[in-house]
Design a protein around this ligand. Structure first.
Ligand SMILES: [Mg+2]
Length: 191
């Protein structure tokens, strides 16, 4: 059985973080207006420091995270054919101690929403590059570099800057939704 590494944020679920930033700043940013990987990069440095203090004390983004269409259904279907590892980074180097709470929030969300995933296959890390899975699905290009036979980049506003040619050199294929992932991994393209 081939192993599949699947990212959590902006791959399986999304949001929560943008809502927290908007509440904090009293703004109304929309997802497609943010081209930064880190939403808080819309703030100036001092403001960002204050936000991070507030964020780790007060916010569990997974309470209002939205499920990306078809992700849970397709992952459950994949779990009958592949060995699935939900692999998610939680370490924020700007707040090394405080960011530990994210490991708990992420673990709880996965356990509650994906009962078909073995809790022992929830990989909470800061180093996705050591994960040796044949297939990788992520929305961040850096997490798809290195080991892997099939590397799928889920299209998101923050990864638009990578061209088809750049991705091709890295062996990465851009995919637009989970139905497409389903057809690649369970359909005629691959079994
Ligand atoms: Mg992600």
């Amino acid at each position: 059985m081939k192993r599949v590494m699947i990212d959590l944020d902006e791959t399986i679920c999304t949001g929560g973080y943008l809502e927290a930033v908007n509440r904090y700043l009293h703004t109304n940013y929309k997802e497609n207006e943010i081209e930064h990987y880190y939403v808080e990069d819309v703030m100036n440095p001092e403001e960002k420091e204050r936000f991070l203090d507030y964020f780790y004390k007060n916010v569990n983004i997974y309470k209002e995270a939205k499920i990306i269409p078809d992700s849970l259904r397709v992952i459950e279907a994949l779990s009958h054919h592949y060995d699935i590892y939900i692999t998610t980074a939680f370490v924020d180097k700007r707040r090394v101690v405080e960011s530990a709470i994210m490991a708990q929030y992420k673990y709880q969300w996965i356990v509650e929403n994906m009962p078909y995933i073995d809790p022992k296959k929830i990989v909470l890390t800061g180093s996705k590059d050591i994960v040796m899975c044949e297939i990788k699905i992520d929305d961040k290009v850096a997490n798809l570099k290195g080991y892997g036979e099939i590397k799928l980049l889920l299209d998101q506003p923050h990864n638009q800057k990578f061209t088809f040619e750049e991705l091709e050199i890295l062996g990465i294929r851009r995919v637009y939704d989970w139905v497409q992932i389903e057809s690649i991994l369970l359909g005629s393209e691959e079994k």
